[in-house]
Design a protein around this ligand. Structure first.
Ligand code: C2E
Ligand code: MG
Ligand code: MG
Length: 713
């Protein structure tokens, strides 16, 4: 693969810059050294020339001076002829003229000019004197040696003088040369410092540039990596990549090209996702209402059946069919029909909670998939029915379409399911069958597919209606089940409600208490129970055998949560004359935990008057020490489900022992419910439970039978 220009440039640029910097530094250093070298060697050459001239001068003048001495001496001793003397004189004159040139040359030299002007002038002056005197002395040496001698003596003085000058000049010249040498070295050092600083600054600048380039490149690479990871995880049809858009606009070369390619890839991806979504919408959604269609519902049904079988709760499939929709379609046309369907769908949508699925499964048919939290089939069925009835009543209204009013109702079929045994097709078919049943039953109603559920629902509906009149007709009774201590002595009784139905006979509270709670009838009913129980307590106070018995009354959560509950109990005690300390109220965890602070407050108010409290069905709920510790309780009732299996199931035995231990730790009395066998009682006794209630001793009985039993005890 060929490397691109920009990338190559980015990687080569630092190396190139370093190279340029090194070349520049090298060039400047060499150039500076060269010019300094040339300059100093010129000066040195000149200085040497001057020194050379000076030494020649010294040598020549000494030689000449000796010749003068020899000549004058010879003249005095008449050793030379006049001709010889004259020749020698002429020669000396010439030589002195040459030396004069040397002296002038010296005086003109830069070195001497710089050194000491006076010394040079002194040298010139004394040499000039010496020259004149030496010429005069040698000129008259043949004629008058004595006068020549006196001239020579004066010349000697001048000679001595310029000898001093030349000596001084020699020293000055040497000093001067050394000074120049020092200056040259200092210049070198300065040049070195300059080059060093230049190199350092240059290197720093290059490093800075390299860092800036590296930072920029790594920023681009990081942006590209981020964009790639966003692209690979993207599921949205709109993905913003601002960093890459900036890169595309600001970078040419490879990074610009990569950015363009990424943006192109992103655009393709967005188009593909949009197309997929559109496809998905067309496949799984209804074009008119925008609701999921039958296909999506089938998918969800498969999933829901799987989920239900795993978590053991229920789902309900509701099939909704608008009553007599065909007539509207025929009379007002399809467009009006469509509008009506949209308004209808909107109305239902508002009634559902998050997680429920509303789908359009046919022309005027809709389906709803409900997830029901209830674990019990009957409760789940009731909830499904409640939702369906709610829909029936909410959609039953007048719809305005194209200036005409239409009153719509709906028939709903319900299929309740909790496992995977049925296919989604089967579930839909059965819900549809149930819908036909609702239609057949007269429209605008709800019907379950499962006949047993339907029967149960019908029975409950009937019972609910009858329960309303039961109180007025005095069909409610209280039965009493005695409670015993470890010596099988009766210590009290629990009041248990019965409904003496004219056709059905005795109806169990398990059947009608939930109904009474749903309808709110539990409030007057519970009040009646407390009043009746207190009246019995007042009677018991009169009897010797019954005086010390405690009577336990069940209180439902809804009843206990009534703001005037405490007031009502205290008023009843007062009106009936029953002793508060003989009355025990049985609460369930649900009654207490709804609002624990409020519950504690109410319990304390009643306890102050002597009323005691038992926690019913203990062990089936939260049963935590945390809250138990806070509640002002007198008794815990071990739920009969644990007692039932105490002999066979070691787990239940452990639970019971734990409950007993908790009771002992908190000084709360423990009583076992549902004791049916002596074996159970013995085991309970061995664990430390000293109070019992159950068929082993007696079943719940009407008051007269209970009294007979008490008398025979
Ligand atoms: P609960 O308060 O736990 O009452 C004990 C239930 O166990 C009673 O059922 C009783 O008949 C039954 N039972 C007692 N001994 C045995 C036994 O040895 N074996 C078996 N298998 N069962 C035994 P019942 O009378 O059908 O009452 C059911 C529930 O209805 C009560 O459970 C209580 O929660 C509620 N209830 C009864 N009367 C009233 C009432 O006046 N008000 C309210 N709110 N609830 C009531
Ligand atoms: Mg009870
Ligand atoms: Mg109980």
């Amino acid at each position: 693969m060929r490397a691109g220009k920009t990338v190559l440039l980015m990687f080569l640029l630092p190396a190139f810059l370093m190279l340029v910097l090194s070349l520049l530094i090298g060039f400047f250093s060499l150039n500076s050294l060269r010019s300094q070298y040339i300059e100093s060697s010129d000066i040195q050459a000149e200085d040497l020339q001057t020194l050379h001239m000076e030494s020649i001068f010294k040598r020549d003048i000494s030689e000449l001076h000796s010749r003068v001495v020899t000549m004058l001496d010879g003249a005095r001793k008449h050793q030379f002829t006049d001709i010889q003397l004259y020749r020698e004189h002429s020669q000396l004159v010439n030589d002195l003229a040459e030396i004069q040139q040397l002296v002038d040359g010296l005086a003109e030299s830069n070195l001497l000019k710089e050194v000491n002007h006076n010394s040079v002038k002194g040298l010139q002056q004394s040499f000039s004197d010496y020259r004149s005197l030496a010429i005069m002395a040698t000129e008259i040496a043949a004629i008058d040696p004595d006068t020549a001698g006196s001239f020579f003596a004066q010349a000697q003085t001048s000679f001595n003088q310029f000898s001093i000058f030349t000596g001084r000049i020699s020293i000055l010249l040497t000093d001067r040369t050394m000074l120049r040498e020092q200056r040259a070295r200092a210049r070198h050092e300065r040049a070195f410092v300059h080059i060093f600083i230049f190199g350092l600054v240059g290197t720093l600048l290059v490093l800075l540039m390299v860092f800036a380039i590296a930072y920029r490149v790594s920023g681009h690479v990081r942006d590209i990596a981020d964009a790639l990871s966003k692209l690979s995880y993207n599921t949205e049809d709109e993905l913003r990549l601002p960093a890459i858009e900036r890169l595309k606009n600001t970078s040419r070369g490879e990074f610009g090209r990569i950015a363009s390619a990424l943006l192109g890839f992103r655009d393709d991806m967005e188009r593909r996702i949009q197309a997929e979504k559109e496809n998905h919408r067309l496949i799984f959604y209804d074009a008119l209402t925008g609701l999921p269609n039958r296909r999506l519902l089938e998918e969800q049904l498969r999933y829901a059946a799987g989920a239900s079988s795993r978590v053991s709760n229920y789902h309900a499939l509701l099939w909704l069919d608008i009553d007599r929709f065909k007539t509207i379609n025929d009379i007002r046309g399809h467009q009006a029909g469509d509008q009506l369907l949209v308004s209808f769908a909107d109305t239902i949508r508002l009634l559902l909670k998050e997680g429920d699925l509303l789908a359009r499964v046919g022309g005027d048919e809709f389906a709803i998939l409900l997830e029901l939290p209830q674990g019990l089939k009957s409760e789940a069925a009731m909830e499904a029915e409640r939702v369906a009835l709610d829909i029936c009543s909410s959609v039953a209204k007048v719809y305005e379409v194209e200036g005409h009013s239409h009153y719509l109702t709906v028939s709903i079929g319900i299929e309740l399911f909790s496992d995977k045994t049925l296919s989604s097709d089967d579930l839909l078919n059965q819900a549809e069958v149930a819908k036909y049943q609702a239609k057949d039953a007269g429209r605008n109603r709800v019907s379950f597919y499962d006949p047993s559920i339907q029967a149960e629902i019908n029975r409950r509906a009937e019972l609910g209606n009858e329960l309303r009149t039961a109180m007025e007709r005095h069909e409610l009774r209280l039965f009493y089940q005695l409670q015993y201590d470890q010596a099988a002595r009766p210590i009290g009784a629990e009041a248990l409600l019965r409904w003496q139905h004219t056709q059905r006979g005795l109806v169990s509270p398990a059947d009608f208490i939930p109904l009474a709670e749903d309808t709110g009838l539990i409030i007057p009913m519970g009040e009646w129970v407390i009043v009746t129980a207190c009246e019995l307590l007042a009677q018991w106070q009169e009897g010797e055998q019954t005086r010390d018995l405690q009577l336990a009354v069940n209180v439902s959560a809804k009843q206990f949560l009534q703001p005037k509950f405490v007031e009502m109990v205290l008023q009843t005690l007062q009106q009936t004359g029953a002793r508060a300390d003989r009355l025990k109220l049985e609460l369930t965890e649900s009654a207490v935990l709804e609002d624990i602070e409020q519950a504690i407050h109410k319990m304390q108010q009643l306890r102050q008057q002597g009323v005691s409290f038992a926690m019913d069905d203990f062990g089936t709920g939260y049963s935590s020490l945390q809250y138990l510790k806070r509640l002002p309780l007198d008794q815990i009732k071990i739920d009969q489900s644990f007692v039932r299996d105490i002999v066979e199931d070691p787990d239940d035995a452990v639970i019971i022992r734990t409950i007993i231990a908790m009771g002992q730790a908190l000084s709360i009395e423990v009583i076992a419910e549902g004791v049916e066998t002596a074996e159970q009682r013995d085991l309970l006794l061995s664990y430390g439970c000293l109070r019992y209630q159950g068929y082993l001793f007696t079943r719940p009985l009407p008051i007269n039978e209970c009294m007979v039993l008490l008398k025979t005890e």
